[in-house]
Design a protein around this ligand. Structure first.
Ligand SMILES: Nc1ncnc2c1ncn2[C@@H]1O[C@H](COP(=O)(O)OP(=O)(O)OP(=O)(O)O)[C@@H](O)[C@H]1O
Length: 255
């Protein structure tokens, strides 16, 4: 799915949180959103998903203005995994994942065997098949994160948006989540803090003070000068001989 954002902005009262962001996400790519704390990544994601009230600018999905689509049509196209998901404590893991099917259900198309198979598959992909009956309230932070990702996958979206999806996950689950996401047959947009993990995206956008500071392939965007200027770190690029990929080692500029 192609998403075009034109001059997107958002204010909280008199404070400008995001301003003048224009970018295009192309079908099939994994697009990373990076930037220091408070630079506007979550707000921009919410704007692109049509979840922010009183947005400025426009979003088009495959050429159609987002604000002309029904909530149901948007939910069939975009799944959003927020940093802190609101979920009723009384639900089981399976109940939460089944919620992902909601945009596809109606009186004429109630929950059926195909939905069950999609939910089973989503649970399998995140490694939670055995935990379907567990109550949400009893899960660890990392388990909750994986359940939310399974819910998003069960939605069968064409565009998956993830806000810091590796939060709460141990290193194995971080890497397997990123591998999973990069292999999904959907367009992915995700906010990330780990710049080495961000190097695995097809393209990156850098936010700074609510504005888009740069956008392009990771190697072009993450230059030593930009890392110093925006992230206030000195970066040393190291080549991993195992697979000839570049990794950064960071030092605080103040050191
Ligand atoms: N509803 C709101 N009212 C007032 N200020 C807000 C609101 N939502 C966000 N902000 C402010 O806007 C700025 C950007 O927030 P946002 O969550 O988009 O940043 P972020 O880049 O995702 O940050 P982080 O990396 O810390 O998650 C922050 O300073 C935040 O406090």
């Amino acid at each position: 799915m192609r998403l075009r954002a034109t001059n997107l902005g958002w204010r909280a009262g008199r404070q400008t949180i995001v301003a003048g962001v224009s970018l295009e996400i192309v079908p099939g790519e994994t697009f990373g959103l990076i930037g220091p704390n408070g630079s506007g990544k979550s707000t921009l994601l919410r704007l692109m998903a049509g979840l922010a009230p009183r947005p400025e600018g426009a979003v088009h999905l495959d050429g159609i203005p987002l604000n002309t689509l029904s909530r149901r049509d948007v939910a069939r196209a975009i799944a959003f995994v927020e940093q802190i998901a609101e979920t009723s404590e009384a639900l089981t893991v399976r109940d939460v994942v089944e919620l992902g099917r909601t945009p596809w259900l109606s009186a004429l198309a109630p929950f059926g065997p195909q939905d069950t198979a999609i939910v089973d598959e989503a649970l399998r992909v995140v490694g939670l098949t055995a935990m379907g009956r567990r109550r949400w309230s009893t899960l660890s932070g990392g388990e909750r994160q994986r359940v939310q990702i399974a819910r998003a996958l069960a939605q069968r979206p064409r565009l998956l948006m993830l806000d810091e999806p590796t939060n709460h996950l141990d290193i194995h689950h971080q890497l397997s989540l990123l591998r999973l996401v990069s292999r999904l047959p959907v367009t992915v947009v995700m906010a990330l803090h780990d710049l080495n993990q961000a190097m695995g995206c097809d393209r990156l956008a850098v936010m700074e003070g609510g504005r888009l500071a740069a956008c392009g392939p990771p190697a072009e965007v993450l230059t030593p000068a930009r890392l110093a200027d925006i992230f206030r770190v000195r970066a040393t690029a190291l080549l991993d001989p195992a697979d000839a990929t570049t990794h950064f080692r960071f030092r605080c500029l103040e050191d």
